[in-house]
Every structure is written in C-alpha cells, then in structure tokens.
Design a protein around this ligand. Structure first.
Ligand code: ADP
Length: 255
C-alpha cells in the first residue's frame, strides 16, 4: 500500500514546543516497520514552527510573519535532523521535500514533484514533506498541513491518508468543550451536518482543528483516497489501521 501519514504539531511536541522524544521515536519505529512490511510511506510533518519556537526559546508561538518564518527555518532543520537520526536506526533513508501551492498548481512543477516522489519511493526512501513556510505567502500557501497531506495523497495515487492528531477522531461536537461528545466512526460523505461538527479551532500549537481535517477529507475522498483520523498519542495505532481494525474516524473514498 502507498500510505501518506500526516502528523500534527500537537503529536510531535510537548506543550513547551520542544520535541516529544518518546512519541517521535515510536512514530519512526512503526513507520519503519510498515516500510519493512512492504508499504510505501510518505510522511507529511508539521512541527517546524513549534520546534523553532522551542529551539529559539521564544516565549510563545509568534504572530508576525518574519518571526514565524525564521522559527520555521530553524525548526525544519531540527525536524529533519531528528527524522534522519531516527529512521537511520532502522536503515531507512529520508528525503526532505518542501512545497507551496504553486508546486501543485503549475502542471510542470506538479509533474516534477510526482516524478521525484516516485523515484524516491523506488529508491526505498521515505519522503518527508512540509509546506515551504519560509517563502510561502498567503497567495501561494496551501495554508495547512491537513490540506497538504490530502493534496499530496491525491496527486501521488496514495491508497490511504492517515491524519494523526491529539484526538481520537471526529466527534459530533468539540470534545474539549462538550464531555458528552460522541466519536463518529465512519463518514461516507461530508454533509453540511458533518461540516458543522468540526466548527471550532484546534489546540494552541496545532493550527487546524477539525475544520481543516474535514476539508482535507473532502479533497482525499474526491480523489478516491480513503482518509483516517486517529490519535497519534500512541503511534502503534498505525499497526491497528494496517491490520484493518476499526480505529478513529474513517472517511470512505468516493470512488
Ligand atoms: P493537530 O495539531 O493534530 O492538527 P489540532 O489541535 O489542530 O490538531 O486539532 C484537533 C483538535 O480539534 C482537538 O484536540 C479538538 O480540541 C478540536 N476539535 C474541534 N471540534 C472537534 C470535533 N468535532 N471533533 C474532534 N475534535 C474537535
């Protein structure tokens, strides 16, 4: 299977912004094992700004663009260093791919992107993809990594997109506000009712909340890619998904 896994900042870092070492070690071990089992794995990783904030010891996540981009530039290095080190333990090579909206909208750029990813996968490399935050502006930015994951998955013919978050899946209302919220296990269509469920925004370090995940689900489903939102707290959940167990929220591919 060709699997795109997207991890959010809230999964990769502690509330301090510094890397959650145990989590990242576990994630890289499981992804390596899924590769060893014959799957092709592409990682869409957030966390650059969060890690930059930690490394630069900024007191909070910056609001202004130059500081955000500076934090992203510092954090992206740290992120790739960590991935390279972790995947090396299991003899897997990683490659960094940074893209913006232009790169998937311009047909020539898109073709180059697809060719590069395919060649990396042929080489057995694990591509790690992120938005190129240091150059992206509102006009060209994809804007959030949930959408980035879905766009990547749809353009490279992935079989499945897995979004690891700090929550078990889509609930019928925001569980951080309503303790009686109920997990939705299966979504076959993004109806207006489903869209309403994901109304609020997410955690302080994450950016998306459920709204961006539902948008991502729509992109994936339209492209014939199934999407699963699952809790990244324990990355071994990826084994359960691989084994076909019912986990989190599954959005069925439209075709
Ligand atoms: P990530 O960094 O993994 O992208 P986010 O923090 O951006 O994660 O998004 C997940 C958060 O979205 C949850 O922790 C939750 O507080 C919030 N949320 C809002 N509405 C819902 C909902 N209907 N179901 C689940 N989570 C929701």
């Amino acid at each position: 299977m060709r699997i795109v896994v997207k991890v959010g900042t809230s999964t990769l870092t502690h509330n301090t912004g510094r890397i959650n070492i145990r989590r990242v070690e576990s994630l890289c071990r499981v992804l390596s094992d899924l590769k060893n089992a014959g799957n092709e794995v592409i990682l869409v990783s957030s966390g650059a700004i969060g890690m930059g904030v930690g490394k630069l010891m900024l007191s909070k996540k910056p609001d202004d663009i130059p500081t955000k981009q500076a934090a992203a530039a510092v954090g992206q290095c740290e992120l790739m260093y960590v991935y390279d080190e972790e995947f090396s333990k299991y003899n897997h090579n990683v490659a960094q791919i940074l893209i913006t909206g232009n790169d998937v909208e311009n047909p020539q750029n898109l073709l180059n992107f697809q060719n590069t990813v395919n060649r990396l996968l042929e080489f057995g490399v694990l591509p790690v993809i992120n938005e190129n935050d240091t150059v992206s502006t509102d006009e060209i930015a994809i804007g959030d990594n949930d959408a980035l994951g879905a766009i990547v998955a749809s353009h490279i013919g992935a079989d499945r997109l897995i979004i690891l978050s700090d929550i078990d899946g889509l609930y019928n209302k925001d569980p951080s506000v309503y303790p009686d919220a109920v997990l939705i296990e299966e979504v076959s269509e993004i109806t207006p009712e489903i869209t309403l469920m994901g109304g609020g925004k997410g955690s302080s370090l994450g950016t998306g909340g459920m709204r961006t995940k539902l948008h991502a689900a729509q992109i994936a489903m339209d492209a014939g890619v199934e999407m699963i939102i699952a809790n990244g707290r324990n990355p071994e959940i990826l084994y359960d998904i691989s084994d076909g167990k019912k986990v989190g929220t599954r959005f069925a591919a439209a075709r």
